[in-house]
Design a protein around this ligand. Sequence first.
Ligand code: OOG
Ligand code: NI
Length: 267
Amino acid sequence: MNTADFFDALWAQYTKITPQAQRIQSLFQSHGETVLNDHVAFRTFNHSPIELEKLEPQLSALGYTAYGAFRFENKHLKARCYKHESDENAPKIFLSELLTEELPEKCQHIISKLTDQISEDIVKSPEIFWAGTLWNAISEEDYLTLAEHSEYAAWLSTMGLQANHFTVSINHLEKFPTIEEVNSLLQDEGYTLNSTGGLIKGSPEVYLEQSSTMADKVEITFSGDKKSTIPSCFYEFAKRHKQADGQLFDSFIEGNADKIFDSTNAQ
Ligand code: OOG
Ligand code: NI
């Protein structure tokens, strides 16, 4: 699969449950902008057939190489970022993984019930990145137990493998060249932005400024036919700055990312 087909399929699946992303992209386009993606992100469970190490070969097959690693102690996560070897305009990829052994026993048990349902050889092609949940619906009780200890675990238990967000590259916008202008546009249009630690995560001094919407909401059916409305996915906005060597910073910042994760919290 080539990267264009990969991202087209990924976007189609993502906008189905994140209609705000399609609307916001159209909003920029109505102002004459060409919208390019800075990066997309995925979440997964460690110690499972879809753990980071097992997904990575599919990114390599698409032409991606890892160039950074991150650790989020409080959220019990690790992550790596990937860039395309030859296509400079291909979005970067941020892949994080829940370190399940750091959660309480009862959460580990709930997560095992899900991951035990995944066949060992499930990862065969890049299509895995929009496979969604590879397990039967979780119960609401288990979902709420996970949410108490890890919003990430709760989200992943209902959404599974799919693009968690796409990210508009502010660097490629002409009429909205700053993150402040992007945020004002979105707020004027009535979108709720992630306000953890302020609307803007990062600063020119760390060469990366980011903001994001709060995730859209979707109705899901828990096991036992109980219906509920939960967060799906969000849209991010990133502005990269030049470093002393004149190159644009192209990695990620733990302090920013830690706050962006909150975009899927149940409000
Ligand atoms: C990823 C959060 C981190 C970034 O750009 O730093 C991130 C997630 O929410 O899964 O996207
Ligand atoms: Ni991001």
